[in-house]
Design a protein around this ligand. Structure first.
Ligand SMILES: C[S@@+](CC[C@H](N)C(=O)[O-])C[C@H]1O[C@@H](n2cnc3c(N)ncnc32)[C@H](O)[C@@H]1O
Length: 292
């Protein structure tokens, strides 16, 4: 079984807190837990909840515009907490999805059940997934957003994932692939910060991305979460790597999987009336790929 993130720190490992000077005297800092933040599905879900409706609206509008034929069977590789799949299931899509992280699948199953919705969810890997027994036929739509595809570090795994998705789509079906392009010339750290709340739980998420290693086609990231629940604070930190693509590398890569035809490009504003060129003038690309 392939490793999800070979670069991750040992899950659950705690870095000791330290003593720091404070005007009121020496104070102990709260220790930071080193773990895969996808193990804490609830915090992930809270942080990314915000854009979910907009993404679902876009997927439906773009499917209506670009798919040949219709049908409402949906496959989500690396579905995570199912924030998006839940929304699509509520809109009448028949959802199947898988993820390499067992915590995500457990969380997603629980949530689907409490919403009294049905979805077929299982643990699997993007680069080697198989449909479970009982999931038959082909899909009308598949999607993989939020740079998740960049978790596949080698070209072999990335191409294998695309081929497997293509093999499961019906002719004329659509695969939406969203990822951030890398500017190899930028040479500086990027920083993104999200602040979100659900009920008594607050999450502050800071993600740093370091300049890419161009020959290795890898960039290093660190996500720090500050979680507050009913006044209690918890810190956790994850280090991982993404495979990098610029526009030319992405175009070259897509040619390796001719089963999928590149139809159109958008960005993460998810505005169906604003298609974009696939080039390096912006970072967040959303590809519309059609099964030939
Ligand atoms: C950024 S989240 C995206 C989740 C979901 N698709 C969404 O839009 O909210 C990335 C997910 O990919 C999963 N993942 C990463 N690498 C994977 C792999 N090789 N195979 C399957 N799942 C993977 C992680 O466990 C995590 O749940």
């Amino acid at each position: 079984m392939p490793e999800l993130r070979p670069s991750l720190a040992i899950p659950g490992q705690i870095q000791p807190g330290s003593w720091q000077h404070h005007p009121s005297g020496l104070q102990r800092t709260i220790p930071t837990e080193q773990r895969d933040w996808y193990d804490t599905a609830l915090y992930y879900d809270i942080v990314f909840d915000d854009g979910t409706r907009q993404e679902a609206d876009f997927l439906e509008a773009a499917y209506a515009r670009y798919a040949v034929g219709n049908g409402r069977r949906l496959l989500e590789p690396a579905c995570g907490s199912e924030r998006l799949a839940l929304k699509m299931a509520r809109r009448g899509w028949e959802v199947s999805g898988f993820d390499g992280n067992a915590h995500m699948i457990a969380f997603a199953n629980e949530r689907m059940a409490s919403a009294r919705l049905k979805a077929r969810l299982w643990e699997d890997w993007m680069q080697s997934f198989e449909l479970p027994k009982g999931v038959k036929g082909s899909f009308d739509m598949a999607h993989c957003l939020l740079s998740t595809f960049k978790d596949l570090h080698s070209e072999k795994d990335a191409a294998e994932c695309l081929r497997r998705v293509a093999a499961r789509l019906r002719k004329g079906g659509i695969f939406f692939l969203g990822l951030h392009l890398t500017d190899y010339e930028a040479g500086k750290q990027e920083h993104e910060r999200w602040v979100a709340r659900r009920g008594s739980i607050g999450v502050i998420c800071n993600t740093h991305t370091w300049p890419a290693d161009r020959p290795k086609r890898l960039e290093s990231l660190r996500t720090r979460l500050q979680n507050t629940d009913a006044g209690r604070k918890h810190f956790q930190e994850t280090h991982w790597q993404f495979r990098t693509y610029n526009a030319a590398q992405l175009k070259t890569f897509l040619r390796k999987v001719p089963e999928l035809e590149f139809l159109q490009c958008y960005d993460f504003t998810y505005d169906i009336e604003e298609p974009r060129q696939l080039d390096d003038s912006y970072a967040d690309v959303l590809l519309v790929l059609c099964r030939r």
